[in-house]
Design a binder for this molecule. Structure first.
Ligand code: LIP
Length: 274
């Protein structure tokens, strides 16, 4: 079987993702300092988009198209755009959340991120092969990066998932924007609670996943994520030696996303699906 390093320009994709994520992060931070307002609502009244989300996504897309015109693009704000009609399409798609943690961004909480991944194959988490992932928090300037077979990194520090101790696991979760799903979310949380020393709800899934990779959280689970929420962070977790999945035996996705070291992963999965 071919490995990503053998058959895709992983280093080129990785450098490009880092460069563009830094640039996009600087723009998001600049716009935040100028003041942010809701531009529109999406799935529910709580699911908002700001002008900055759109502007940052447009910048990322423009930069990626300039550098790699044959690649596809799947962005939170603009949806799926296939590779251009002219010329030969590559098998790479960029999966982008321009501002993950938009509600934190809106409220001025310094916990939001630009998330950029490059995947090979159909841009569906059940089928794709994640090649590179970059998550940058513009407020703290931390940049988490991973590439298939090259590990997960924060600056020069190689990341590794944690193993929880006797006091239990520090577990993050999230709740989607649709109130109709919250009873189910709370029922699952209740079942996971006995595993936890405490629970965190950070509000930016890509950073939850980056923090699992960095051992700042022991585990994470959430229902309702979109591909752009977990594409980059998911690779950080697996390259940091963790496990990433969804429903039992399945890929991460709308139904469920779970990330943790192997043993805790199984325990969270058992609790969620008991
Ligand atoms: C959000 C997440 C948040 C999650 C929401 C949503 P957005 O992304 O990262 O943690 O709970 O369901 O997906 O809308 O800020 O890009």
């Amino acid at each position: 079987m071919r490995t990503p390093a053998e058959s895709a320009p992983v280093d080129e994709l990785w450098s490009l993702a880092i460069e563009v994520a830094r640039e996009a992060g600087a723009l998001a931070r600049q716009r935040r300092s100028e003041g942010v307002e809701v531009a529109a609502t999406k799935s529910t009244i709580a699911d908002v988009v700001t002008e900055a989300d759109r502007e940052v996504e447009a910048l990322i897309r423009r930069r990626l198209v300039e550098a790699r015109p044959a690649d596809g693009f799947l962005g939170e704000e603009s949806g799926l755009a296939d590779s251009p009609d002219t010329g030969e399409a590559s098998e790479i798609t960029w999966v982008v959340d321009p501002i993950d943690g938009t509600v934190n961004y809106l409220y001025g909480l310094p916990h939001y991120a630009v998330s950029i991944a490059a995947v090979r194959g159909r841009p569906d988490p059940r089928e794709w092969e994640a090649l590179v992932g970059v998550v940058v928090n513009p407020a703290t300037q931390e940049l988490f990066r991973a590439a298939a077979g090259r590990g997960a990194w924060l600056d020069d520090t190689r990341l590794a998932v944690s193993t929880p101790g006797e006091a239990g696991a520090l577990i993050a979760t999230g709740f989607g924007y649709d109130p109709a799903t919250h009873d189910g979310d709370f029922a699952r949380l209740r079942r996971v609670m006995p595993l936890a020393r405490d629970i965190r709800r950070g509000g930016a899934a890509s950073l939850d996943l980056a923090f699992v990779a960095a051992g700042r959280l022991d585990g994470y689970f959430e229902r309702g994520l979109h591909a752009w929420d977990h594409a980059a962070g998911g690779l950080l977790v697996t390259e940091a030696g963790g496990r990433l999945g969804g429903m039992p035996g399945g890929a991460p996705g709308r139904e469920m996303t779970i990330a943790a070291g192997a043993e805790l992963f199984d325990r969270i999965s058992d609790a969620v699906y008991r």
